[in-house]
Design a protein around this ligand. Structure first.
Ligand code: SF4
Ligand code: SF4
Length: 167
């Protein structure tokens, strides 16, 4: 069944609009390291069709094709100058440092992203239940679509590869 991506992302964005990983502003702990890193060419992958939430494209957003493929499609990579209109920040930023993880045929889990540990001083036990619950609900909506599921499964392979190489 086709689901308009705008409906899914609008739902996910609203769930995560005012929920943060910890009760305080964690950016004060680390100098907002996860935002500072995005202007060095790394950026955030957009979930399938998430670009629909970013038009008209604000001048602080840059979107380009990435080298990451899922289901034969090239994922879009978004980068920013390290500050943004919070209402427009993408899903990857809203859920950081959590990430969905799923193997084909298995249920999706929400994990602390191993790739975050290089920059983020938080640990899984620091995160509030409210944040974990909102991330879980948002990502359950995304994984229900075929493209969302394929993206999450392909991204999980990237995570596995990162763990093999770095941890
Ligand atoms: S790197 Fe971690 S602690 Fe720092 S702003 Fe990002 S989520 Fe918060
Ligand atoms: S879009 Fe916003 S939240 Fe995401 S990395 Fe850029 S400044 Fe940080």
């Amino acid at each position: 069944m086709y689901i308009n991506p705008h409906i899914i992302f609008d739902y996910a964005y609203r769930l995560l609009e005012n929920v943060t990983p910890v009760r305080k502003d964690c950016g004060a702990l680390c100098g907002a390291a996860c935002c500072a890193d995005s202007d060095v060419g790394t950026g955030m992958y957009l979930y399938p069709a998430e670009e629909c939430m970013l038009y008209p494209l604000p001048d602080w957003v840059k979107i380009e094709a990435s080298g990451f493929y899922y289901n034969g499609r090239q994922a879009a990579l978004m980068s920013c100058p390290g500050n943004c209109d919070r209402a427009l920040r993408p899903l990857a930023c809203r859920i950081f440092p959590l990430v969905p993880y799923k193997k084909p045929g298995e249920r999706m889990k929400i994990i602390f992203d191993p790739r975050a540990t290089a920059m983020c001083p938080l640990t899984p036990s620091d995160l509030t239940d409210k944040f974990k619950d909102a991330v879980t609900r948002a990502m359950r909506a995304v994984v229900k679509t075929k493209e969302g599921r394929m993206f999450i499964e392909a991204q999980s392979e990237l995570i596995d590869e990162y763990v093999r190489m770095h941890l």
